[in-house]
Design a protein around this ligand. Structure first.
Ligand code: ATP
Ligand code: MG
Length: 656
């Protein structure tokens, strides 16, 4: 089958209809908003001074810095380099000293419904003791500790205790295999691994310690001296000489720990990217700059009022979102948050919404994949809850299609809440492009504006800035405080991967479009952009059109090699529960092809629409289009190690 010849009306695609629907901030929101347009003014007057001011205002420096930015060894930045601070003290002790020790830091809810309420005073005490415990196991400044834990308070305590010692954590998502864990332990040369016997998932224990045991039998893990094990699942575990129970060591450790100040450029953590585009990279972040941007973005993008907000970011600590917006940002700002171990729909559909109601969550930050899953399950589920406490919603991880944005606002936000679509990456450390609630007129589906202090530009193949209306590569032109300081053990790869495509600019692989008003629409990874008969088509745009059909729950689009058109559009579609009942797959596929043709133009009509039960996703919930491209082109399926469900590709290959 060949693609019909191009239709010149394609330029007037869905953008127009979405750009018309905008949401200016309400007067009530503006009245009490943290951010105002003064931020943009201050940052454009003197960007570097702006960051210095933010850092002094948001953090407590033991030795004040006099140098803000040192870019002489670009692209390896040094921020606030002659200043000294302790990251954990900034997230804990200082709030207690300021009289906020009784404020709840964490409302923890386990998958099974067990709960713990932890105040700032308690969390500080726990982290002090845990720091002594880890020091007792030989952990000191610069040592690497791998953290392989469920989403439980001990995970937060461990990360902060490591930070308190000036050591470096490398959190590995609990869903990863023994081999992924082994590779990360080896790469970091970890001295200690902190894990649990097991975690809870859908009413059953999923063991963790056995994966650590297996990993440590593998090559390159000789650096590990101890394994510290939290008792969580209650499952039987094998025991070796190097293993220690958390509860034993914790009870035996001294309660008080005096935090030492460390230079701002002390490495804080190594974290691997999600692996959506290939082999994960061990990204290194340091202390002062990272914490500055974490606190600044968290406060302004989420409009944080620590004395009254209840914030909830649903990310796992195994992802950068969990680092910056579960651990460091909220705790640096002294905010009360919810930490939930389980999945959105266990044991009953709507568990998330029940949590929002029971804790009175005011600000919710999640991923488009979760919004689409909720859409698929049906609006009657959130509609049976109150959700009145919510006043601001956030999205991260992928472009959020306008339909999902609108649904999120209407059904979860009751047509009232602003939504911030936040673009950033493991490498950027913190949010880079986002609306500012109370300031920005919101456009569903657009990430919109670089935050004050960030300078982003969209450029063409030759590195020239595109005009409004144009599209190209998303680049960052000026250094920012939370930027990665490198790839662990491989500085050359850092330069090559991010700084060589456009000299002097940071480029991490995403494509974007600039609209007539100068707002940025992130289109997804440039690897995913298709070229059909000489036309650049974005996967995000076609997916967005497909999800706009009432029968479609989720869609992924790839470009597959095609003799006639160079590349052809192939769409993988999950139907809604309702639409999939007794569906005729052939006529559904035809209907969807025509639907895309009508919404975008004939050029974008998929050559093939494959109706599938699930899509291949990373553990962080992102669609792995490169695997779908392999399937669409009849190739052997590539690296699936970071896939949540490795069996899904076999099912999809059969449906092709
Ligand atoms: P890898 O780099 O290993 O392929 P990854 O890029 O998925 O993995 P992350 O750092 O977790 O790893 O994800 C960052 C990417 O997620 C961004 O480069 C972008 O493609 C996508 N992304 C994040 N937030 C948004 C957003 N709001 N809009 C569009 N895309 C987003
Ligand atoms: Mg990436």
């Amino acid at each position: 089958m060949t693609i019909p010849q191009q239709d010149q009306t394609r330029a007037e695609d869905t953008r127009e209809h979405t750009a018309e629907t905008t949401f200016p901030p309400s007067p009530e929101f503006i009245a009490d908003a943290i951010a105002d347009s003064g931020l943009h003014d201050a940052a454009s007057a003197d960007r570097v001074a702006f960051w210095a001011e933010q850092s002094r205002a948001l953090l407590e420096w033991r030795t004040p810095f006099t140098s803000t930015l040192d870019w002489s060894d670009a692209p390896f930045a040094r921020w606030f380099a002659d200043g000294e601070l302790n990251v954990a003290e900034n997230c804990l002790d200082r709030h207690v000293r300021a009289g906020n020790g009784d404020r709840v830091a964490i409302h923890f809810e386990g998958a099974n419904g067990d709960t713990r309420t932890i105040t700032y005073a308690q969390l500080t005490a726990d982290v002090q003791r845990a720091a002594n415990m880890l020091a007792g196991l030989g952990v000191g400044q610069g040592d690497r500790v791998v953290v392989y834990l469920p989403l439980i308070p001990e995970a937060v305590v461990t990360m902060l205790a490591i930070a308190r010692l000036g050591a470096i954590h490398s959190v590995v998502f609990g869903g990863f295999s023994a081999e992924s864990l082994r590779a990360r332990i080896e790469d970091a040369g970890a001295k200690v691994v902190v894990t649990a016997d097991g975690g809870w998932r859908r009413g059953a224990v999923s063991p963790l310690k056995p994966a650590v045991d297996e990993a440590l039998q593998g090559e390159g893990t000789e650096s590990v001296e101890h394994v510290l094990v939290v008792q969580r699942g209650g499952n039987d575990v094998a025991w070796t000489e190097r293993d220690r129970w958390w509860h034993d060591e914790f009870a035996a450790a001294e309660p008080e720990h005096e935090a030492q100040a460390f230079p701002a450029e002390t490495p804080l953590f190594i974290l691997y990217t999600s692996g959506t585009t290939g082999k994960p990279k061990g990204i290194v972040h340091t202390s002062g700059g990272y914490l500055t941007q974490a606190a600044y973005t968290h406060k302004n993008v989420f409009d944080m009022h620590p004395e009254k907000d209840v914030y909830w970011c649903t990310a796992d600590i195994g992802w950068i979102t969990g680092h910056t917006y579960v651990v460091y940002g909220p705790l640096a700002n002294g905010v009360t948050q919810v930490l939930y171990e389980g999945t959105p729909d266990e044991p009953q559909p709507g568990r998330w919404w029940d949590l929002v109601d029971s804790y009175g969550v005011t600000v919710l930050y999640t991923a488009p994949t979760a919004v689409r899953a909720a859409m698929k399950a049906g609006r009657q589920i959130p509609e049976a809850r109150s959700l009145e406490s919510l006043r601001l919603l956030g999205s991260v991880g992928e472009p959020i299609n306008p339909e999902a944005w609108q649904w999120y606002r209407q059904v979860i936000g009751h047509d009232r809440t602003p939504i911030v679509d936040t673009w950033w990456q493991t490498e950027t450390g913190g949010i880079m492009i986002s609306a500012l609630p109370g300031v920005t007129k919101l456009k569903p589906g657009a990430a919109q504006t670089p935050l004050p202090g960030i300078v982003a530009e969209i450029v063409d193949d030759d590195g020239h800035r595109v005009d409004p209306g144009g599209s190209g590569y998303l680049t960052i032109t000026e250094p920012w405080p939370a930027m990665a300081r490198g790839i662990w053990g491989d500085p050359d790869r850092f330069v090559e991967t991010y700084w060589s495509r456009f000299p002097g600019r940071y480029f991490a692989g995403d494509g974007a479009r600039l609209d007539g008003e100068g707002d940025i629409w992130v289109q997804g990874r440039v690897d995913d952009v298709m070229n059909v008969s000489g036309h650049r088509l974005s996967t995000a745009e076609i997916e967005s059109a497909l999800v706009g059909h009432e029968g479609v729950a989720e869609a992924a689009v790839v470009g597959a090699a095609d003799e006639t058109t160079g590349q052809a559009v192939v769409a993988f579609v999950i139907l809604t529960t309702e639409a999939s009942e007794g569906v005729d797959r052939v006529s559904a596929a035809t209907e969807l092809r025509n639907w895309v043709g009508k919404r975008i133009g004939a050029i974008a009509k998929p050559r093939q629409v494959v109706i599938v039960p699930e899509l291949p996703k990373t553990r962080s919930g992102k669609i792995m289009r490169r695997l779908l491209r392999d399937a669409a082109e009849g190739r052997r399926i590539g690296d699936t190690t970071t896939l949540a469900d490795p069996t899904i590709m076999a099912t999809i290959a059969e449906l092709m």
